[in-house]
Design a protein around this ligand. Structure first.
Ligand code: G6Q
Length: 536
C-alpha cells in the first residue's frame, strides 16, 4: 500500500483552518446536555465521553476524512494480516511483521494470521499445563511446598506492561500468590526484591526476547547466585521467556521455557508469554483468558471505519487534533484508580518508543509533529500535586481520565452521605468540567482560562477483561497515530546510541578493573567523563 505523507492529506488543510476557530468550551451553553449525550462512544464496556474536547461536528467530520484518506483502518488490517510494517523503505531496518494482535485472535473462528495464532495457542497450552502442575502440586520445591511468588526479571517491554497489569489486577490474585519485578541493573533493585522473599518458595521468570539484554542477564546472575547461596538449585527455580533458538533458549538452565516471536515488539508483548506467565501465575488461567478476550474484542472494534464507533481510532484522531492542529506537545493520562498507578508508565514506553520518530517510512525527515510526551499519575493524588499547572500553567495539557463506577475490592465507606468510590469518580468528572469550562473571577489568581481539552474513559469495574480491553485500546490508538503520521511505530533505533556508548564506557572500566594499561596516552571523551564522575 502506498503511504502518504501526513502533510499531503487533504483533510489536514481543512483541519488547520478549523483549528483557528476550535470549539469554545468556556461559553455558558457550550457543554449542553445534548452535546454531552451525543459526544459519547462505547465499546467493550468502556464509555468514552469527549464533549470536553475542543471539537464540533465539522471538526469530527474532517477527522473522519483524515482517517479515511490516510487509510488507517486498511493499514490496521494489513498489520493484523501480517504485512511487514516494521520497515523503512530503502534503508536497513528490522523488516518484520507486527503481530501482537495474533496473540488474542485465539477467539476468532478465522484468525487473520492462522500460523501466528496457532503458535500463540501452543504457548498458552504449555502455560495452562504448567499452571495446572503448580496448582496440583506436581511442580513444587524440594520440600514439597508450593511456590507462592513469581519474580519477573526483565526490562523495558519485558517489564513495564506485565508490571502495570499485575498491579492493576492484584485484587484478583489467587490466594497465596504474588508477583514481584526486577528490572534495573542497579543492584539495589534486585537486592531489595530478594530481601523480602522466601527464596525456597519463589520462582523467577527471566524474560528477554533477544536473550542478550545486559540488565536482564546481569540480574539473572544475581538471582542465580542468591539461590545458590541459599543452598537451592537455581535451575529448579528459574523459568525463561525468550525467542525460540535464541541465546537464552537452553532447556538445561531452566525449569520451563516459553517462547515469544520476533513479530511481537517488546512494548506490545504483554499479551504474549512476556506478560502471560506472570499474569497467569497470579490470576489463574481463566482470568488470563478473560484478559485476552478483552484485548481481542477491542482489536475487533478497531476494524470499524466509522470513528464514532471505533474507540481506538476516535482516540487516535482526537490526539492528532490536539497535537497537530491545536499544537499541544504533551498528553497526561490520569487514571482515577490506584490499581492503574503504573499504567501511565507502560503507556509512556508504548507511545513514546513507538511514535517518538522524526523520519517517515520512506526515510525522509517529517515536517509535522509526531508523538507527544506522555506522562501521568493516578488521581486524586495528582490533584494535590501537579494539577495546578494543568489548570493555570502556561502550557495547555490535554488530559485523558480513566475511571470506574465500582471498585475492585468491595471495601468502601460512606462519609457525609457518599462512598469513597463516589468521591473518586465525582472528583474525576469535576476535573474534566473545570478544565473545559474554566471560571472567571475578578481576582486574576482565581481565574481559570478553561478550554483545556480532556476526555473521560469510564467503565463499570477494572476486571481482567476490562484491563485487556484498555490495553488494546491504547496499543491500537498508538498504531493508528503512527500510520497517520507515516512513521514506523514498531522500531526503536533511538535507544541504540546510548547502548553503544555504555558498552564503550564499560570496556574502559573493565580494563581499569583488571589493570590493563590504556591503549594510548590520549584520553578519550568517555574516559574523561568517567574520571570526572569519580568512577576512575
Ligand atoms: C520494546 C523495546 C525494549 C525491549 C527491552 C528488552 O519495544 O524493544 O524496551 O523490550 O530492551 O528487550 P529484551 O526482551 O530483548 O530483553
Amino acid at each position: 500500500m502506498p503511504y502518504r505523507d501526513f502533510s499531503l492529506l487533504g483533510a489536514t488543510a481543512k483541519l488547520s483552518g478549523l483549528a483557528q476557530r476550535a470549539y469554545d468550551l468556556t461559553r455558558p451553553t457550550a457543554l449542553s446536555p445534548a452535546r454531552l449525550q451525543s459526544m459519547k462512544a462505547s465499546a467493550c464496556g468502556f464509555d468514552l465521553l469527549y464533549a470536553t474536547e475542543r471539537l464540533d461536528e465539522e471538526a469530527l467530520a474532517a477527522l473522519q476524512q483524515l482517517a479515511d484518506e490516510a487509510k488507517l483502518v486498511e493499514q490496521f488490517m494489513v498489520m493484523k494480516k501480517g504485512g511487514v510494517l516494521n520497515r523503512i523503505e530503502g534503508y536497513a531496518s528490522e523488516e518484520r511483521q507486527v503481530l501482537h494482535t495474533a496473540c488474542r485472535d485465539i477467539f476468532s473462528e478465522q484468525p487473520h494470521m492462522p500460523e501466528a495464532t496457532a503458535k500463540a495457542k501452543k504457548e498458552l497450552e504449555k502455560l495452562r499445563i504448567f499452571l495446572d502442575d503448580l496448582a496440583s502440586g506436581k511442580v513444587v520445591n524440594r520440600n514439597k511446598e508450593s511456590f507462592t511468588t513469581l519474580v519477573q526479571v526483565g526490562i523495558g517491554g519485558s517489564d513495564l506492561g506485565p508490571r502495570a497489569l499485575s498491579l492493576a489486577l492484584q485484587a484478583y490474585a489467587l490466594p497465596g500468590r504474588e508477583a514481584r519485578f526486577i528490572a534495573n541493573v542497579d543492584p539495589d533493585d534486585t537486592a531489595a526484591v530478594l530481601a523480602g522473599l522466601d527464596l525456597s518458595r519463589s520462582l523467577f521468570v527471566v524474560v528477554s526476547k533477544s536473550g542478550t539484554t545486559l540488565e536482564t542477564l546481569t540480574n539473572e546472575e544475581l538471582v542465580r547466585a542468591a539461590l545458590a547461596r541459599a543452598g537451592l538449585e537455581p535451575k529448579e527455580h528459574l523459568l525463561a521467556v525468550t525467542g525460540e533458538g535464541g541465546p537464552m533458549d537452553d532447556a538445561s538452565r531452566y525449569l520451563a521455557s516459553f517462547y515469544m516471536f520476533d513479530y511481537i515488539g517488546g512494548r506490545y508483548s504483554v499479551t504474549s508469554m512476556v506478560g502471560a506467565v506472570t499474569l497467569g501465575f497470579i490470576l489463574g488461567f481463566e482470568a488470563l483468558v478473560e484478559l485476552l478476550r478483552g484485548a481481542w474484542e477491542m482489536d475487533v472494534t478497531g476494524e470499524k471505519t466509522d470513528i464514532r464507533s471505533n474507540l481506538p481510532l476516535l482516540m487516535a484522531m482526537i490526539g492528532i487534533w490536539n497535537r497537530n492542529f491545536l499544537g499541544y506537545p504533551t498528553c497526561a493520562i490520569l487514571p482515577y484508580s490506584q490499581a492503574l498507578s503504573r499504567f501511565p508508565a507502560h503507556l509512556q514506553q508504548c507511545d513514546m518508543e513507538s511514535n517518538g520518530k522524526s523520519v517517515t517510512r520512506q526515510g525522509k525527515a517529517v515536517t509535522w509533529k509526531t508523538g507527544p510526551i506522555i506522562w501521568g499519575e493516578p488521581g486524586t493524588n495528582g490533584q494535590h500535586a501537579f494539577y495546578q499547572l494543568i489548570h493555570q500553567g502556561t502550557e495547555i495539557i490535554p488530559v485523558e481520565f480513566i475511571g470506574f463506577r465500582r471498585n475492585q475490592r468491595g471495601l468502601d465507606i460512606k462519609v457525609s452521605q457518599t462512598s469513597s468510590q463516589q468521591k473518586l469518580v465525582a472528583n474525576m468528572l469535576a476535573q474534566s468540567l473545570a478544565l473545559a469550562q474554566g471560571k472567571d473571577d475578578v481576582n486574576p489568581v482565581r481565574r481559570f482560562a478553561g478550554n483545556r481539552p480532556n476526555l473521560v474513559l469510564v467503565a463499570e469495574r477494572l476486571t481482567p477483561y476490562q484491563m485487556g480491553a484498555l490495553l488494546a485500546l491504547y496499543e491500537n490508538r498508538i498504531a493508528f497515530q503512527g500510520f497517520c503520521w507515516n512513521i514506523n511505530s514498531f522500531d526503536q533505533e533511538g535507544v541504540q546510541l546510548g547502548k553503544v556508548l555504555a558498552t564503550k564506557l564499560l570496556h574502559i572500566l573493565a580494563d581499569a578493573n583488571t589493570q590493563i594499561p590504556p591503549a594510548s596516552e590520549a584520553k578519550s571523551v568517555e574516559e574523561e567523563m568517567l574520571r570526572q564522575a569519580g568512577m576512575l
